[in-house]
Design a protein around this ligand. Sequence first.
Ligand SMILES: *[C@@H]1O[C@H](CO)[C@@H](O)[C@H](O)[C@H]1NC(C)=O
Length: 352
Amino acid sequence: MKKRSHTCLLATTMASIVLLMMVLYGTINSQQPESSHFKHDYQLLGRPLFKLDTSWPKYPELFGGDVFAVAVNHHGEVVYVAQRGDTVPKILVFTTSGDFLMSWNTSTLEMPHGMFLADPTSSNPTLWITDVGNGPYGHCIKQYSPSGNLLQVLGTPGTAGTRLNPLQFDQPAEVFVHGSGEMYIVDGDGGANNRLIKLSKDLQVLWVHGEQGAGLAQLYIPHSVTVDDYQRVWVADRGNKRIQVFDAATGDWLASWGSCFTEDAPYSVRLTPDRKHLVVTQLNANQVSLLEAPPVGVVGQCRVVGVIRLPDDVKPHLVDVDQGTGALYVAEIGAGQAQKYVPFHQGGGPFY
Ligand SMILES: *[C@@H]1O[C@H](CO)[C@@H](O)[C@H](O)[C@H]1NC(C)=O
């Protein structure tokens, strides 16, 4: 039996008010042309942990391509958006409050897939971008300065990887660069390689999981990767509809979560700054799920605590989390835009 507490009632009342406000807001804005229904129509299921920030960005018409990835520099309060398309610049740069700063374009980037902002607190933050293109610059991972100068290339540009060379990629999906400089690569997005690679700060291979399959520690379309504070590596093992967890130091397999992903695979995995939740996108189910992040030493079963359900065809792909404010930025391929979701309690008091 559950005790219906005062706080629970309060939360229900607040949720109703917010829902009413959302409905009113949607009605007021329904006269707007174009794809504005993508912006205002969404549902919160379970605990309402986040709400859409409809004021971000201030100039959404700048999105003109297929938006695949986002990366946040919480220290510099800057958001990078990567998009594909022949007539659009590949990278758009906004502030976290929605102002447009700049865009950049380069022939060295064919089909951006995943993005990661490394060293956000240093004076030299850099942007790592994986490229799944088939042209002369594809199949590799590039490091750019924030304004688009190419600094470094990992892999063999234009040549899809072989299983023999861990640093020759085949549609590399995403990278995660730890504060220590160590890098985790998921390779990749449907190519022949299905690998999780850990590199040292000086790019030496420390360990690799490279076996394609559905068994424990095997991978099929490893699509996103993040590392928590307890030396655990979380991998969105998309083709197997599960998240797998590995020991960051040894590469040992720790656990697998499948029960939350029977409907649709996890596409993206990130942690909230309070380390209480994993943020997971599910592209075909059009939702962003908040999962309980388990404490040190225990992985256990996955538990979904809240869901942002988006309209059909929004197709949320990859997400990044502002490690200062906790805001989520979601790259939505179908809607052709990135959106910002802010923690519900901001300015609104506690909700549970
Ligand atoms: C960006 O660069 C690519 C490759 O050079 C080019 O095909 C594309 O037209 C450029 N886009 C814009 C908007 O200039």
